[in-house]
Write a protein that binds this ligand. Structure first.
Ligand SMILES: [Mn+2]
Length: 380
């Protein structure tokens, strides 16, 4: 097409693009936190060699850069080693490295470490939603729960106690599993400290609501026990992406009896991801005080999230999953978990990276919508 045939320059208004608008929004966010981090890096890690022209670089890596260097916490956030200090932060990242609830292949005890490692790739700065996590949100890495590898119930008690402590300090909890059985102690801890009811939005290829499995409360049973809690009604549990051929029979009966809302991949295709999530939000939020987000990485197609214990073809695309998570977060949530990332089966860290992105996109959306961080404080 020659220039003469092209529509006039007035035909497309580039200023209407989200990308162009967000460039302006991002430019208005201050950068003092980053500047302080650079100064701290030099103070702790010495001035760089004389041949280095960029004097923001230190000799010993003591900050975000290089992404491949250093001792990793989640996003290189401060390690809250003394948990008594957790109340100083808006968000605590909590590893729950427990995988004795798996019923096929184990390995997700290494999930928290893999997510921390790949998280070092990322800056805090995001064009899609025009937020700067470092500047607008105080995040700490609370480290891991001391789980008891041979004992599911004792591990549940440990996780419940850890999450309770964080909630009690008024901090938003992000749990990184671990297998999906951790959902039960996580929800139990939050429910005990909540007066009203809690809704749950559950992304998964598996229904995870049978009473027991191999005579124990394995990673196929947590929503049975969670919805036995007096303020976690099954009618406010929405299960998105369920299907495939693995482990469903006893759980499907429970879901039917308790009237949870089950959406197959076919439902999502028919409705489209936005309408599907809007319906999920409507049901999960009906008559409740809070909504909890439970994200099983295996809801994403096994080809794109291979590093998991019970992969299933035909799930969401990563782009659909991230869009769905952001839409849930827009309405606000009381906590989230990302489970079933099993690094021994991962390739190119893609599954751990997607888990990391799930957390970052949710936190970014919560900040952008004034639910957490400095914009919440301003509104509140
Ligand atoms: Mn699953």
């Amino acid at each position: 097409m020659s220039k003469a045939q092209r529509p006039s320059d007035e035909g497309f208004d580039r200023t209407q693009l989200q990308g162009v608008k967000n460039l302006d929004l991002l430019a208005a966010i201050p950068t003092n936190v980053e500047e302080e981090a650079v100064a701290r890096g030099i103070a702790l890690g010495l001035d760089a060699a004389e041949s280095i022209n960029d004097r923001r670089i230190s000799t010993f890596s003591r900050g975000a850069q290089p992404a491949f260097a250093g001792i990793n916490t989640f996003l290189k956030a401060p390690y809250c080693e003394d948990i008594h200090d957790v109340g100083n932060y808006d968000v605590a990242i909590l590893g729950e490295p427990f995988d004795m609830g798996t019923t096929y292949r184990s390995g997700c005890r290494f999930g928290p470490q893999a997510v921390r490692r790949i998280s070092a790739l990322y800056d805090s700065y995001n064009l899609d939603m025009a937020v700067d996590l470092a500047q607008e949100l105080s995040i700490c890495d609370a480290g891991d729960v001391f789980v008891i590898p041979s004992n599911i119930e004792k591990s549940f008690d440990q996780m419940d106690r850890a999450v309770s402590y964080i909630i009690n300090e008024g901090v938003f909890p992000v749990m990184v599993g671990g297998d999906h059985s951790i959902a039960y102690p996580n929800i139990r801890a939050i429910a005990r400290q909540t007066e009203g009811n809690i809704g749950v939005i559950h992304f998964d290829r598996h229904i995870d609501i049978q009473e027991s499995d191999m005579d124990e409360r394995m990673h196929t049973t947590h929503f049975f026990h969670a919805t036995n809690l007096p303020n976690v009604p099954a009618k406010n549990l929405v299960q998105i992406g369920i299907g495939g051929w693995y482990g469903s029979r006893p759980g499907l009966k429970v879901a039917r009896d308790r009237e949870t809302t089950v959406m197959t991949m076919g439902d999502i295709e028919n409705l489209g991801i936005d309408k599907a999530v809007d319906a999920a939000l409507e049901i999960a939020w009906k008559g409740v005080e809070k909504v909890y987000l439970s994200f099983d990485i295996d809801v994403v197609d096994g080809g794109m999230a291979p590093g998991t214990g019970s992969p299933e073809p035909g799930g969401l695309l990563p782009r659909e999953a991230l869009r769905a998570l952001s839409r849930v977060a827009q309405e606000g949530i009381c906590g989230m978990e990302v489970v079933e990332i099993a690094p021994p089966y991962d390739t190119s860290d893609s599954t751990a990276q997607l888990g990391c992105r799930a957390i970052m996109d949710v936190l970014g959306t919560l900040v952008a919508n004034g639910h957490l961080g400095s914009r919440a404080a301003k509104q509140g």
